[in-house]
Design a protein around this ligand. Sequence first.
Ligand code: 5BU
Length: 276
Amino acid sequence: MPSAHLQTYAQRAEKHANPAAKALLETIERKSSNLCVSVDVTKKADFLRIIDIVGPYVCLVKTHVDIIEDFDSSLIDRLKELSAKHDFLIFEDRKFADIGNTVALQYSSGVHKIASWSHITNAHPVPGPGIVTGLASVGTPLGRGLLLLAEMSTKGNLATGTYTADAVRMARAHRDFVIGFIAMHRMDGIGAQAGEAVEDEDFLILTPGVGLDVKGDSMGQQYRTPREVVLESGCDVIIVGRGIYGKGSDAEVREQAERYRREGWVAYEGRVSPRS
Ligand code: 5BU
């Protein structure tokens, strides 16, 4: 069996036991889109308008719901309606980073009640495996999936080397709930012990820091192209924020969403069926 990233998204969907991972892979295949748009705006109306525009082109919408100034529960109802209308999943980029008991409360409760609507969320491995246990106690019964931050896109970040390998080991110990990583390249076999059977593992790699027109911002963000990310580094989903929603008119936002969808998909096709 070839390594997961050389199989099609449909083949991988068939084998995934976690409901969120399976649904994401099926959506990617159905829509021919490995694009996730990150909608980092602070007003409810802008948030919903942008999602309605990019919805047809994405498999996943990534949110930072805590930056929305006029948040109320009706926003979540509208978001769920858009998710059904355009056939995409939701990923709240919450980056949990506390002890298990606290993250379970942050995930289930408070104003945002993230677990009740977000198919996928993420966490820093820094507190140790208790963070996964805490989040899993809430998310597993709901069929949710967790990504661990094994690497980051920013200049000078500390998620490298043995930290990354430890994140992968932590995921391996919780394969039913941890569906993959935020990372800059594939994690296949990283941190495996001698003789440990890891050939069949299929962790999804979702990758931020993607841009076609600029190389970075003034606060350490670094961009690579969809081709570098998907074809050269073997990642599964490209995450694009300002490169799409920051473009001004609704027509331009739509155009950029379609452009990134196409670039991401061509890179994937080149990966699974390379021309000789
Ligand atoms: P941008 O506008 O495409 O730069 O936005 C990138 C998004 O991805 C933004 O919401 C970040 O919070 C998120 N992100 C990131 O850029 N780099 C990382 O390593 C992680 C998340 Br983890």
